[in-house]
Design a protein around this ligand. Structure first.
Ligand SMILES: Cc1ncc(COP(=O)(O)O)c(C=O)c1O
Length: 393
């Protein structure tokens, strides 16, 4: 054991980065371009409430996303909150995945809905359609899947189930900006899709988000609910929220939109480099591209099989951090382990075997366009060397 430790310490000292290599880094527009946008906001004297930048961003985003009905939000969580209210889902149960960020379950809780956790598929880590029907009961109102890491859910299978049982489908598409299936946006499926434009996402408006709906009337309702339920100066349609995107966010988003395809292309190269190197290391699994999908390479998850790799995901995480490489255990712990949900019947780990195993093995490696190929190479070398140290001694 101490032999391992010595070797690991030597490795960490040899390869320690001077600055932390975080799991992601925001894509920033040129500062002088943003300064020009800010100057325009000062000139307009219009800071929020659907100003000129909001409207221009909305139009350009709809063109980029190939969608017809879109409302911008101040963050993705409020977008999801409003999606539920727009469909009048404010009681009962919604079937969702435990393998996601906290916001997915929390928006259900805040809407007085009981989350019902469904296991995930081992290939994509998305909700397993084969396990949804068993969870449907008299109180089920909707299914809320997540396109985890931007990989599309099995939307056709989910749609069939929803139709059979008269359920709504709300996609948490927080990770899926720019992803297409057969040249069409993922938001073609389901009743509403919710995007996040948080700074850690591939495409950001600092904080922000959007809802894409499949009809004008639904989008009108979403729009009103994002503005306190106000439909016009004299009509309030219901208990809305303040979900409005402001002009600083919208103008940032307009500049980001010009950068996003280049950012995706850079990330694709990094993903290819990671996969090429890591595929030969025993116990390290990477995800492949899916035929027909235009991926966004938002994240680079790997799975560590401790028996083959020689040590487990947690130890690998600790060692990488010693070298100033900061991966993240997305998504550990599962939402079903949070104190607020763990007493639910559906949170029983026995029914969530794939999610439990995935959460114990997954590690998201650094992924952003500005990551150099030299840095990726060193991260891969480290992962290989750590394996070699543990299997040799
Ligand atoms: C899957 C998922 N859903 C919802 C959200 C919430 O989005 P936001 O941070 O923009 O509120 C996030 C990310 O933050 C997320 O990863």
């Amino acid at each position: 054991m101490s032999e391992h430790n010595d070797k690991i310490e030597q490795l960490a000292t040899r390869h320690k980065f001077d600055e932390p290599v975080f799991v992601t880094r925001p894509t920033m527009p040129d500062l002088s371009d943003y300064q020009k946008s800010i100057a325009k906001i000062w000139e307009n004297q219009w800071l929020t409430n659907y100003g000129p930048f909001y409207r221009q961003f909305q139009v350009e985003l709809m063109q980029y996303m190939q969608v017809e009905h879109l409302t911008l939000f101040n963050n993705g969580t409020n977008a999801l909150m409003v999606a539920l209210q727009a469909l009048r889902i404010n009681s009962g149960e919604v079937i969702t995945t435990p393998f996601t960020f906290a916001a997915t379950s929390h928006v259900l809780y805040w809407n007085n809905i009981k989350p019902v956790f469904c296991d995930i598929e081992p290939e994509t880590f998305n909700i397993d359609p084969g396990k949804i029907e068993n969870l449907i009961g008299p109180d089920t109102k909707a299914i809320m899947p997540v396109h985890v890491y931007g990989n599309p859910c099995d939307m056709k299978a989910i749609e069939k189930i929803a139709q059979r049982h008269g359920l709504f489908v709300i996609y948490d598409a927080a990770h899926a900006f720019g992803v297409q299936l057969n040249n069409r946006p993922l938001s073609d499926f389901g009743d509403i899709s919710a995007y996040s434009f948080h700074a850690t996402k591939l495409f950001s408006t600092i904080e922000g988000g959007a809802l894409v709906s499949n009809s004008k009337s639904r989008n009108d309702r979403v729009h009103s609910l994002s503005n306190f339920g106000i439909a016009n100066e004299e009509t309030v349609i219901g208990p809305g929220i303040n979900g409005k995107m402001n002009e600083m966010q919208a103008s940032f988003g307009l500049l980001e939109l010009q950068l996003v395809e280049n950012e995706i292309a850079k990330r694709q190269k990094i993903a290819i480099q990671y996969r090429k190197f890591l595929k030969d290391i025993p116990g390290v699994r990477t995800l492949d591209d899916i035929p027909g999908v235009k991926h966004n390479y938002a994240y680079f998850p790997i799975l560590i099989d401790a028996e083959l790799y020689g040590t487990d995901r947690d130890n690998l995480n600790i060692i990488l951090r010693k070298c100033n490489i900061i991966p993240r255990k997305y998504f550990y712990p599962l939402c079903s382990h949070y104190p607020c949900y763990r007493s639910l019947a559906s949170a029983n780990p026995d029914n969530l075997a794939v999610a439990e195993k995935t959460a114990s093995q997954v590690l998201c490696l650094p992924m952003y366009g500005a990551l150099t190929s030299e840095t990726v190479d060193i991260i891969c070398q480290m992962i290989k060397s750590i394996h070699e140290i543990y299997v040799t001694f």
